[in-house]
Design a protein around this ligand. Structure first.
Ligand code: HNI
Length: 147
């Protein structure tokens, strides 16, 4: 059972209040596909991903990035039940999409980098620590069906 202190809860809502999911989601997914190009294999139906410019301008990447961050929004809004929130998503990624769970951590890192770029100095080391804990819990929950 993950325990969240009041300081952690307020740091997370502070970050979340400052980011626009419609902006962060597309940027984070595009970054994943560019920095770790093997992740493109899961998105064969998304059309042209042949260059960084193609990925950044691909409307399906942008739309899916928003969906990803919508799922993160659910985690932020129910910090005490992240495993439950993601149980069917974990099953989907494991059984149907066959996504290698190592990729969850890579996406989490891309989300953190995009958030840090957006927030600048207010993304202090303490805030980063709490944010990293949140994403570690998200990654563990999404990976739960695999083990
Ligand atoms: Ni993921 C579909 C959430 C990481 C590949 N993914 C979804 C959906 C959600 C979602 C929500 C839509 C489900 C539905 O339609 O019912 N994915 C998340 C979250 C993370 C994540 C919260 C991590 C933080 N997914 C990843 C990673 C990959 C990935 C790292 C591959 C590298 N996901 C997919 C694919 C789909 C998908 C592929 C189906 C896309 C489509 O539309 O065909």
């Amino acid at each position: 059972m993950v325990v969240w202190s009041n300081a952690e809860r307020s740091a997370i809502s502070g970050v979340w209040g400052k980011v626009k999911t419609d902006e962060i989601g597309p940027q984070a997914l595009a970054r994943l596909l560019i920095v770790y190009p093997w992740t493109q294999r899961y998105f064969g139906s998304f059309g042209d991903l042949s260059s960084a410019a193609a990925v950044l301008g691909n409307p399906k990447v942008a739309a899916h990035g928003k969906i990803l961050l919508g799922a993160l929004d659910q985690a932020v809004k129910d910090l005490d039940n992240i495993k439950g929130t993601y149980s069917s998503l974990s099953q989907l990624h494991c059984d149907k999409l066959n996504v290698d769970p190592d990729n969850f951590r890579l996406l989490a890192d891309c989300i953190t980098i995009v958030v840090a770029t957006k927030l600048g100095p207010s993304f202090s080391p303490q805030v980063q620590g709490t944010w990293t804990k949140l994403l570690a819990v998200v990654v563990a929950a999404l990976s739960s069906c695999y083990f």
